[in-house]
Ligand binder design. Structure first.
Ligand code: NAD
Ligand code: TYD
Length: 341
């Protein structure tokens, strides 16, 4: 069935990988990509889609109901990525997180209801479940786990999940929520740990490891995540939540050692820095519902190969992350559209 998608946040890390997947695997689908190009939105992530008649980029804010209304009148499915996404930034200033993640999601829901949208996929995170202890490795988050967000970022995402849930319960909207573990892969903004560490090492700078380095994350390749989102979009049940994870838990110390090894650097490059406030100890996701009910499974996330490929991608795309770190990527939009859009 041919689809007309409104993708929000499609110039960011996961959204741009998703748009690329759709254009490759669903060539008859059309994508309208609404993105405000905040600091983490980067049109260079989509440079290979320039001139693609089935991908239309619109610079705009999900909080702008008029823009959203206009675009949704031409679409039948919404895939909602747009969000402020970095925990450390939310600790410094929670304002933009409440604005985009909470208010923005409600605006999208209101307009989607009026537009009678067929499917609304809300891309959320395992961070809404809070933190697991290190000494009970058998514990994992399931879809029934309590929401117990610990950072302003996670709390804003949990709030948006609850608004999506309410839209289904109250109005029967065909919503689906996905909650995914930490993603890695190409085009991740180099404030997140993997691209930050790899790019620092290329620049011969140390890598800042928070606290004791024993915090554990479950790592999933971004393309596996994008395939999970496509799976629930096509075959998921309205009103459901699906966890997405890689069964690939690593402590930050293990991750750091692996990156150092892949880059031929020694432990002397590690700088122990002050811990993140309220730093969640462990995330682990049980994605058996998505696997058994819809047949999804990760195929690109296995380490060390997947991590090695990602490290190599950042080594091979030095210009991409150097332009992000220097801020030069922001000129691209102006040059490309010359203030016309
Ligand atoms: P990102 O920061 O790379 O991208 C976010 C995109 O949203 C950017 O392009 C930005 O310009 C856009 N955006 C932000 N506010 C906007 C607004 N008000 N209007 C329009 N566009 C706006 O983030 P990401 O890592 O690609 O994450 C995408 C989604 O996936 C987020 O909802 C995040 O919570 C979720 N998620 C991320 C991870 C992860 O590991 N990165 C894991 C699970 C879930
Ligand atoms: P991050 O990539 O910010 O993702 P999240 O907070 O969503 O899990 O961080 C991943 C882990 O790496 C997290 O436990 C914090 C840690 N970390 C560091 O040790 N140093 C850093 O400079 C950063 C950015 C993260």
């Amino acid at each position: 069935m041919s689809r007309t998608l409104l993708v929000t946040g499609g110039a960011g890390f996961i959204g741009s990988n998703f748009v690329r997947l759709i254009r490759r695997d669903r060539p008859d689908w059309t994508v309208t990509n609404l993105d405000a190009l905040t600091y983490s939105g980067n049109l260079e992530n989509l440079a290979d889609l320039e001139g693609d008649a089935k991908h239309r980029f619109v610079r705009g804010d999900i909080c702008d109901a008029d823009v959203v209304r206009h675009l949704m009148s031409e679409c039948d499915v919404v895939v909602h990525f747009a969000a402020e996404s970095h925990v450390d930034r939310s600790i410094q200033d929670s304002g933009p997180f409440i604005q985009s993640n909470v208010l923005g999601t409600q605006i999208l829901l209101d307009v989607a209801r009026a537009a009678n949208i067929d499917r609304f996929v809300h891309v959320s995170t395992d961070e809404v479940y809070g933190s697991l202890p290190l000494d009970q490795p058998e514990l994992k988050f399931t879809e029934e786990s309590m929401l117990a967000p610990n950072s302003p970022y996670a709390a804003s995402k949990a709030a948006s999940d609850l608004l999506v849930r309410a839209a289904h319960h109250t109005f029967g909207m065909p919503t689906i929520i996905t909650r995914c573990s930490n993603n890695f892969g190409p085009f991740q903004f180099p404030e997140k740990v993997i691209p930050l560490f790899v790019s620092n090492l290329i620049e011969d700078k140390p890598v800042p490891l928070y606290g004791d380095g024993l915090n554990v994350r479950d790592w999933l390749h971004v393309e596996d995540h994008c395939e999970a989102i496509l799976t629930v979009l096509e075959r998921g049940a309205p009103g459901e939540v699906y966890n997405v994870g890689g069964d690939n838990e690593r402590s930050n110390l293990e991750l750091t050692h692996e990156i150092l090894r892949l880059m031929g650097k020694g432990d002397d490059m590690i700088r122990r820095v002050q811990d993140r406030l309220g730093h969640d100890r462990r995330y682990a996701i049980d994605s058996s519902k998505l696997q058994s009910e819809l047949g999804w499974k990760p195929t690109r996330s296995a380490w060390p190969d997947a991590l090695e490929q990602t490290v190599r991608w950042y080594c091979d795309h030095e210009q991409w992350w150097r332009r992000v770190k220097s801020g030069a990527y922001r000129e691209y939009y102006e040059n490309q559209y010359q203030g016309l859009v």
